[in-house]
Ligand binder design. Structure first.
Ligand SMILES: [Zn+2]
Length: 319
C-alpha cells in the first residue's frame, strides 16, 4: 500500500517551518524559511513552493503528496487567507492558500490560525489523542498568546473563523497596556513572553533588590525565568502576577466550554511549573465549584515546534 504524504507549514513572525509528514504524523523531513526576508507575500509563496519541491524531490515523493496545510497568525480557515497579521511583513488581506495552490498546482492547500493548528496537532497526534481528551483549550504562549478551542473532538471556528482568541480577552475595564489589535488591556500584553518581560521591567522601576537589575531595559522572558529558578523574589512575583491574570481568563473560559484540560505550548510554556503551579492555585480560587478538580493544566506532549506543523498537516489529512 502506498503511503500518502502531506506538507504542514507553521508560519510564524520570524520563521516558517515546513514539514513533510506521513499519514501517521511522522515528520520525514523539514525545511525552514526566514519570514521577514520576504517583503512581498508573492516572494514568500515562491520560496515556499521551491522548498516544497526540493523536499518532494529529495524524498522521492512523486505523486503521493495529497495536501498542504498552513497554520498562520490571523489565518482564516474559511477563506484560506491571512487577515491583517501584525507580526508578518505583509499587510492587509493575503489569500495565501490560493496563491500557493496555484503556484504549485499539485494538491489542495488549506490554512488556519496558528494556535488552531497547534490544537489540531494535539488532537490528532499529541496528549489529547493519547489521553482521549475531546474537550480542551490549547494555549500557545510565545510572543503573544494564541488559543484554539476544541469541543467534542472538533475545533470551534465560530461564524467568521475567528473563534478562540483568548489572547484578546480584556483583563481590565479601565485601559491597560496597548495591544497590537488597537485596544488596551488585552490578556496577551500580560500573559506571554513579551508581557512577562514588560511586567518585570515595570517591577524593576520600584525595586532596588533583584538580580535582574543588571539587565534592566533589556530583559527577556528567559532572563526572568532564570532569575525565578534561582529564587529571585521579584522574578517569582512577576510569574505569580502573570499566572494570576491568566488564571482569571481561563476560569472565565471554563464557564463557556467546560474543558477537561488546558494544554500549553510555546516558549513561555517551557517555564513549566514556574507558571503552572501558581496558575493552578489561582485557577482553583477563581473557578466556580461545579468545575473544581475537573480541569487539568498540562503541557503539550509534541516536541519543540512540531505541534503546529503536524496540526497544519492534519488540516489536509482530515479532509
Ligand atoms: Zn488585543
Amino acid at each position: 500500500m502506498n503511503t500518502n504524504y502531506y506538507i504542514g507549514i507553521d508560519l510564524g513572525g520570524s520563521h516558517a517551518a515546513i514539514g513533510l509528514v506521513d499519514d501517521s504524523g511522522n515528520i520525514i523531513a523539514e525545511s525552514t524559511l526566514k519570514t521577514q526576508e520576504y517583503k512581498e507575500a508573492a516572494d514568500f509563496v515562491e520560496a515556499t513552493a521551491n522548498a516544497i519541491e526540493t523536499l518532494l524531490l529529495s524524498n522521492n515523493i512523486g505523486k503521493n503528496l495529497k495536501g498542504i496545510g498552513i497554520g498562520a497568525p490571523n489565518g482564516n480557515f474559511f477563506n484560506g487567507s491571512i487577515e491583517n497579521a501584525p507580526n508578518l511583513p505583509w499587510k492587509g488581506f493575503v489569500p495565501l492558500a490560493d496563491m500557493l495552490e496555484k503556484r504549485l498546482n499539485l494538491c489542495p492547500v488549506k490554512l488556519t490560525n496558528d494556535a488552531n493548528a497547534a490544537a489540531i496537532g494535539e488532537l490528532k497526534f499529541g496528549i489529547a489523542k493519547t489521553e482521549g481528551i475531546r474537550d480542551f483549550i490549547m494555549i500557545t504562549l510565545g510572543t503573544g498568546l494564541g488559543s484554539g478551542v476544541v469541543v467534542d473532538g472538533k475545533l470551534v471556528y465560530g461564524h467568521d473563523g475567528f473563534a478562540g482568541e483568548l489572547g484578546h480577552s480584556l483583563v481590565s475595564m479601565n485601559g491597560g497596556r496597548l495591544c497590537k489589535c488597537g485596544r488596551q488591556g488585552c490578556l496577551e500584553r500580560y500573559a506571554s513572553a513579551t508581557g512577562l518581560a514588560i511586567s518585570a521591567e515595570e517591577a524593576l522601576e520600584k525595586s532596588e533588590n533583584s538580580m535582574l537589575l543588571a539587565k534592566k531595559g533589556n530583559l527577556s522572558a528567559f532572563d526572568v525565568a532564570e532569575a525565578a529558578l534561582a529564587g529571585d523574589k521579584l522574578a517569582l512575583k512577576v510569574f505569580d502576577d502573570t499566572a494570576k491574570v491568566l488564571a482569571f481568563v481561563l476560569a472565565n473560559a471554563t464557564t463557556v466550554t467546560s474543558p477537561a484540560a488546558f494544554i500549553f505550548f510555546g516558549g513561555l510554556a517551557n517555564a513549566g511549573e514556574l507558571l503552572l503551579s501558581p496558575l493552578r492555585s489561582y485557577f482553583d480560587q477563581y473557578i466556580s465549584t461545579v468545575y473544581s478538580g475537573k480541569v487539568r493544566m498540562i503541557l503539550s506532549s509534541i516536541p519543540k515546534n512540531h505541534a503546529a506543523v503536524l496540526g497544519a498537516a492534519a488540516l489536509v489529512i482530515e479532509h
